[in-house]
Structures are given as structure tokens and as C-alpha cells.
Design a protein around this ligand. Structure first.
Ligand code: PLP
Length: 412
């Protein structure tokens, strides 16, 4: 019997990416096994270094970073972000309505705390990055999942979103490019979702942390650009992915649209920012340097995340190899860092996908994440991180194929 118990509001909060499966991986490692961890989009452990300008800027800021910063973050980073977004056609972006945080993760929780009352409904994609669903639960709000359509390159169905709106709906969450599916939403989809928000007076919460990780000729469309000045849009981004400094915890949210109508919400965001005093000051110095060093794809950048670069190759070869396994199909990702293949549950005798990935871990020492951990409703998907060398990925997919083959024969 546990004497000291967690709060009831944690009851429905889950973050399986680092859940029981990670404990099992740690147990195997403690026994001396080498586990290939393909569960986290964490760049540095796979050898992906940030560009030197970013490290130099952080080193140069160490002295100043001894102090608390403005609770919203250092002005030079907020200015750089506003300019960056204006450069992407989001004309209303302003340093005054940019808030920095300890990664997008903190800002998701902070924003939802500022926005959501118990009973409010928030439309969240399924599958999602699970912090979104978890953070809605934390507020006492209700996450209402809309389906991304695997047959349509995992684009969300705009009709499904609209059909799920009720008088209690407050906001629509977009995750584009998407984790875990790798989808990059078409312009028509982004515009369609923005129009739904416009017609129903909803707020857009647009997680675009992978905006600079887009491949295969796909183009990323910022929701805030379509939202213009009449739909309130909160754009979330950060340095953890394309800029490869996850541990610096440098994230932001930029509020654009009819900000004059959102003074009360901005006051709430400011209050919560004040209460956490400020984000980690050190990491903030990375932001102007990262943005002025050029986003991936610009002439200044030449590295693994560029279109046509190593990461694109790793995603494509992993998706193709998975897709070639009998009983597995995989929509080729066009952005982010992951593949999200479908597995035939009947053929492989899968009832619980969590049990399935545990079985894979114990048998092959490969750590992936089960699809229901991303609030996908069926036990028929898993997510694999595509950051290691191509040969390592090829071997991992080979082991997964052998493992599946054994399961298929066992359940025949
Ligand atoms: N949003 C999405 C879609 C993510 O995939 C992640 C991390 O994987 C985050 C937010 C959190 O990023 P961070 O807190 O490192 O900024």
C-alpha cells in the first residue's frame, strides 16, 4: 500500500516514450546487454553535433547567463525569432508576444495551464506527440482526438476535425511536420484547418518544432501564415531538432493574429512565465546564433538535416526496408526524424502493442515505442527513430524482420 500518493489529476497523464519500456531497457543494459535505443529523437547521442556558431554563442553568453533573464526570455532572442517568422511571411510576429521556455515541452504545459478550464475540449491529433494529450489532462480539460489519415500521407481529415467541434471546444492542436508519422501537411490541409478555426472562433496551437526538417521536395506551411491577422495562432518551435541542441532546452512560442483580443490570455502567459522566473538562461543565447547561422537548407548550412542530406536518406531507406517486410507497411515520412510503420496484428499475433515492443526489446535488444503511446487507437503501429548510421538502421530493420517472421510462424 502506498502511503503518499500522486495527485488525482495525474491519473490519465501518460508519457510512454519514457515509460515502462525504458525501465526494461535499463534493466537489460544493467545486465550487460547492448540496447539499440531507437526511442528518442535525441540528436547528440547519435553523433549529430550542433553547428559551432551555436556552441560559441552559448559559451559567449555564460557570464551574462548567471543572472535571471526577463521572464519571457532575453530580448535579443525574442527579436531574432520575430524577425525569423516575419521572414517566413508571418507579418504579425513581434518580440512582445514571443515567450521562451525550457523546450517546447514546458511551453505546452504552460500554455495549456493558461488557456484551459476544466471541461474545455481541445482537439488533438491521433497519433500525437503525447505531451499534448497529457498536458490537456493535467489542466482538467478534455483531449478530443481527431484522426490523421494514413491513406492520405497521414494528413489530418479536416472534416473529422470539424465534426468533433462542440460548444466546449477551445483550440485545435496541429503538429506539423508530425511526430510520430513524419507527415508534412499539405497547404490545403493547413488552410482547411485554419478555416475551421476561423469559422468556429477557435485558437490554433501549432507545434512546428520540425519546421526545418522537411524532405523529398515537401514544403512546410506555417499555420500562422494562413491564420493572418484574424485567427489567433500560437506557433511552437525550438532548437532541439534541426539545430540539435536538445539539452539546452531552448524553445519558444510566438503568438500572432488578433493579439489585441488576446490581452487576457497574454497576461496569463506572462503570469505563468513570471512564476517560473525565467527559462534556463544559458540555452537562450543559442537562439539568435542558430537563426542567423542559417536554417538548414540555406546556403550557410551544409549538414545532415539538409534536403538531400544524410537524414533524408536514413528516413527513406528505413521506410522502404520496413515496407518490404511481409505484413508491414510504412508511409514514407517527409519530415521529422521517425518512421511509424503499421504491423498486421492478426498475422503477428499482437494484442497489446506495449507487450509487442517489450518482446522486441527482450528478443533483439532494440528499443522502439508502441503506437498507442502516441494516442493511436489501435495496437498496430510503432515508432522508430531514424538517427543512427544507415548500416545500423539496416541491421535494426533486418532484426525486426527476423523477429516478426518468428512471431508470424508462432501465431500461425
Ligand atoms: N513537440 C514535438 C512534436 C516533439 O516531437 C518534441 C520532442 O520530441 C517536443 C515538442 C519537445 O521538444 P523540446 O521540449 O525538446 O523543445
Amino acid at each position: 500500500m502506498t502511503r503518499f500518493r500522486q495527485a488525482h489529476r495525474l491519473r490519465n497523464v501518460r508519457y510512454d516514450v519514457r515509460g515502462p519500456i525504458l525501465t526494461e531497457a535499463a534493466r537489460l543494459e544493467a545486465q550487460g546487454h547492448d540496447v539499440l535505443r531507437l526511442n528518442l529523437g535525441n540528436m547528440r547521442p547519435f553523433g549529430h553535433q550542433a553547428r559551432p556558431e551555436i556552441l560559441e554563442a552559448v559559451a559567449g553568453g555564460l557570464d551574462a547567463a548567471q543572472a535571471y533573464s526577463d521572464s519571457r526570455g532575453i530580448p535579443q532572442a525574442r527579436e531574432a525569432l520575430a524577425e525569423h517568422y516575419r521572414g517566413h511571411g508571418i507579418s504579425g510576429a513581434s518580440a512582445e508576444s514571443v515567450f521562451l521556455g525550457n523546450g517546447v515541452s514546458e511551453l505546452i504545459t504552460l500554455t495549456l495551464q493558461a488557456l484551459v478550464d476544466p471541461g474545455d475540449e481541445i482537439l488533438v491529433p491521433a497519433p500525437d506527440y503525447p505531451t499534448w494529450t497529457g498536458a490537456v489532462h493535467l489542466t482538467g480539460g478534455v483531449p478530443v482526438h481527431y484522426l490523421a489519415d494514413e491513406a492520405d500521407g497521414w494528413n489530418p481529415s479536416v472534416e473529422d476535425i470539424e465534426s468533433k467541434i462542440t460548444p466546449a471546444t477551445t483550440a485545435i492542436v496541429l503538429i506539423n511536420p508530425n511526430n510520430p508519422t513524419g507527415a508534412v501537411y499539405s497547404e490545403a490541409t493547413v488552410r482547411g484547418i485554419v478555416d475551421v478555426a476561423r469559422r468556429h472562433g477557435l485558437i490554433l496551437l501549432s507545434d512546428e518544432i520540425y519546421a526545418d526538417l522537411v524532405f523529398g521536395g515537401a514544403r512546410h506551411h506555417y499555420a500562422a501564415r494562413s491564420a493572418g491577422d484574424d485567427v489567433l495562432c500560437l506557433t511552437f518551435g525550438g532548437l532541439s531538432k534541426a539545430y540539435r541542441v536538445c539539452g539546452y532546452r531552448a524553445g519558444w512560442v510566438s503568438v500572432t493574429g488578433p493579439v489585441q483580443d488576446a490581452a487576457d490570455l497574454l497576461e496569463g502567459l506572462t503570469l505563468l512565465s513570471n512564476m517560473r522566473v525565467c527559462p534556463n538562461a544559458t540555452g537562450q543565447y543559442a537562439i539568435p546564433a542558430a537563426l542567423s547561422a542559417g536554417t538548414p537548407g540555406s546556403p550557410l548550412a551544409a549538414d545532415i538535416v539538409d534536403p538531400g542530406g544524410l537524414l533524408e536518406d536514413r528516413l527513406a531507406r528505413t521506410a522502404a526496408a520496413l515496407d518490404a517486410i511481409p505484413g508491414v507497411s510504412c508511409v514514407a515520412p517527409r519530415g521529422a526524424l521517425y518512421c511509424f510503420p503499421r504491423v498486421d496484428t492478426e498475422l503477428f499475433g499482437i494484442v497489446s502493442d506495449e507487450e509487442f515492443v517489450l518482446d522486441l526489446l527482450r528478443s533483439e535488444h532494440i528499443l522502439v515505442t508502441h503506437g498507442t503511446g502516441f494516442n493511436w487507437p489501435e495496437p498496430d503501429h510503432f515508432r522508430i527513430v531514424c538517427l543512427p548510421d544507415g548500416e545500423v538502421l539496416d541491421r535494426a530493420v533486418g532484426s525486426i524482420a527476423n523477429f516478426l517472421d518468428r512471431r508470424r510462424r508462432r501465431s500461425a
